[in-house]
Design a protein around this ligand. Structure first.
Ligand code: GRF
Length: 204
C-alpha cells in the first residue's frame, strides 16, 4: 500500500486532519521536540521522530539528517504541514513531484509568513489556502487545489485564520488522496486533476 510521511513543527492540526481522513500516515517527523502534534500522532500509534535543526551546524547537514529519517519509511508522498524550516534545493529536488505543502493564502498572493494579516491589510475580499507541490522557490510550486473564503467586515487575524484553517484541513486531505490515487498530472508547471474539480468554494 502507498503511504506518506508528514513533517510538522507545532500544533499539527493539518497532520491530524490527514490522519482523521484515513490517509496512510506512516510517520510524523518534527524539527521540534515540543511540537504538540507529536503527542497526537503517538497516541494514534503512528511512528514519530524528532530531527532537531539545533543539532546541525548547517542547513545541508540538517536536511541530510531529515532525508535519512524520511527515507527510513520509504514514503510515496512527503507532506509538509506547518513545517517551519526553509529547505535546501538539494532536499527539495530529492522529493521532486512527491512533496506537497499547505499554504494559508490563495497563491501566488501572499507567499511567506503572516498571510492573514497581509490579506487584511491589502483589503482583499477573498482569501484562502492552497495545496501545492514543493519546488526550491518558497511557496511557488505547481498548485494542486485551492479553497476560497470571504474576508468579512469584522474579521481580525484570528477569525480569518480560523475560517481558512477549516478549509486547509479539507483540501489537504483531498489533495493527498488524489496524489496517492495517482490522479495528479503536472504539465508545464500546471497541475491537472484527472476527473475532479480542483477548487473548493466557501459554502457558509
Ligand atoms: C497552517 O495554517 C499552515 O497552512 C501553515 O502553518 C499552519 C500550521 O498549522 N503553513 P497546523 O500545525 O497544521 O495546525
Amino acid at each position: 500500500m502507498k503511504d506518506m510521511v508528514v513533517l510538522i513543527s507545532g500544533r499539527g492540526s493539518n497532520m491530524q486532519a490527514l490522519v482523521e481522513a484515513g490517509l496512510p500516515v506512516a510517520a510524523v517527523i518534527s524539527n521540534r521536540a515540543d511540537a504538540a502534534g507529536l503527542a497526537y500522532a503517538a497516541g494514534r500509534g503512528i511512528a514519530t521522530s524528532v530531527v532537531s535543526h539545533r543539532d546541525y551546524a548547517t542547513r545541508e547537514a540538517f536536511d541530510a539528517a531529515l532525508a535519512q529519517a524520511i527515507d527510513g519509511f520509504r514514503p510515496d508522498l512527503v507532506a509538509l504541514a506547518g513545517f517551519m524550516r526553509i529547505l535546501t534545493a538539494g532536499f527539495v529536488l530529492r522529493y521532486r513531484g512527491r512533496m506537497l505543502n499547505i499554504h494559508p493564502s490563495l497563491l501566488p498572493a501572499f507567499p511567506g509568513l503572516d498571510t492573514h494579516a497581509r490579506a487584511l491589510a491589502a483589503g482583499v475580499k477573498l482569501h484562502g489556502c492552497s495545496v501545492h507541490f514543493v519546488t526550491p522557490e518558497l511557496d511557488h510550486g505547481p498548485i494542486v487545489m485551492q479553497a476560497a473564503v470571504p474576508v468579512l467586515p469584522r474579521d481580525d487575524e484570528a477569525r480569518l485564520a480560523a475560517r481558512v484553517l477549516a478549509q486547509e484541513h479539507r483540501i489537504y486531505a483531498q489533495a493527498a488522496r488524489w496524489f496517492l490515487d495517482e490522479k495528479l498530472v503536472i504539465e508545464s508547471g500546471v497541475v491537472r486533476v484527472k476527473g475532479e474539480p480542483p477548487q473548493q468554494l466557501y459554502a457558509p
